[in-house]
Design a protein around this ligand. Structure first.
Ligand SMILES: [Zn+2]
Length: 280
């Protein structure tokens, strides 16, 4: 019985010859042993060489993807290096940026298990109360994708939905109807909270130069808002001024500097939303 590595060699060889024959447009049974003239055999071997190196390149791409997937599921550099037959430093040089991915994935999974249902319901409510448009159509497709995704793909489907929900929530014209306006505002707050909860804390730490956008306010800004009266750029706001501004139509939460802050500010600005949800 042959070993697995023998089988790998045989399988790679067969694949390489198949590619070579296809490259040269030869018959399926053509090969190096079929008594070809030297000139033809030479072409065949050269095509095999090209094919084998293409297979090696594909394997490199697949290996990088496997290292990434393993890292997202908790493999550290020593484990990846061990699997790849190299040192930890060697693995880090070959595939940089894999440290901490498992933490990021865990943060995402935690947010989605806690808020995923609320997010999808809210996005559906926005779609039901808004008009039609290309961005809304994309968001609708993304929500359908989440429902159809396998559990393993779901987190990626959520990621895409989040991007489109953010676009819809901050760029669609604010609906005049109060229920639609609130759904749209909540969707913006949810996406802001998702990004705050999923980013690493170091990415959120440096806020020294920021001040509340309300002139003369000494309070620490905790969120960013888009306010029609400030032009369409994000403006930092402290809790008090954020709550006050969110009472004005067309104002949107677009970012939060800490997890949970966006939703608590939104709930404070819309006390009836909290009562309707019936949750603490
Ligand atoms: Zn302020």
């Amino acid at each position: 019985m042959g070993s697995v590595s023998d089988e790998v060699t045989t399988a790679v060889e067969q694949l390489a010859w198949r590619m070579a024959r296809e490259m040269l447009q030869l018959e399926p049974d053509a090969g190096p042993r079929s008594g070809l003239p030297d000139a033809d055999a030479r072409q065949l071997w050269l095509a095999a060489l090209t094919s084998l190196l293409a297979i090696r390149d594909s394997a490199e791409v697949l290996a990088a993807s496997a290292a990434l997937s393993a890292a997202q599921r908790g493999a550290d550099y020593p484990a990846i290096g061990d699997a790849a037959g190299m040192t930890r430093q060697g693995a880090r040089r070959k595939w940089p940026g894999l440290a901490g991915l498992s933490d990021e994935r865990q943060r995402k999974l935690r947010w989605w298990s806690r808020r995923g249902d609320q997010f999808t319901q809210c996005a559906r409510a926005v779609l039901a109360t808004s008009g039609e448009g290309p961005r809304l159509a994309i968001l609708r497709e993304r929500l359908d994708d989440i429902e159809q995704a396998s559990p393993a793909q779901r987190i990626d489907a959520f990621d895409l939905a989040l991007v489109d929900a953010h676009t819809v929530a901050v760029s669609a014209p604010a609906p005049a109807e109060p229920i639609a306006e609130r759904a749209s505002g909540l969707l913006a707050a949810l996406t802001a909270d998702a990004y705050a909860a999923m980013s690493s804390h170091s990415a959120l730490a440096i806020r020294e130069d920021l001040a509340c956008g309300t002139a003369g306010c000494p309070s620490e800004p905790i969120v960013e808002l888009w306010r029609p009266d400030f032009g369409h750029r994000p403006v930092p706001a402290c809790r008090e001024h954020a709550v006050e501004a969110l009472g004005q139509p067309g104002t949107r939460l677009v970012a939060a500097y800490q997890p949970d802050v966006a939703l608590s500010v939104f709930a404070e600005a819309h006390p009836n939303t909290r009562r309707r949800r019936g949750r603490p």
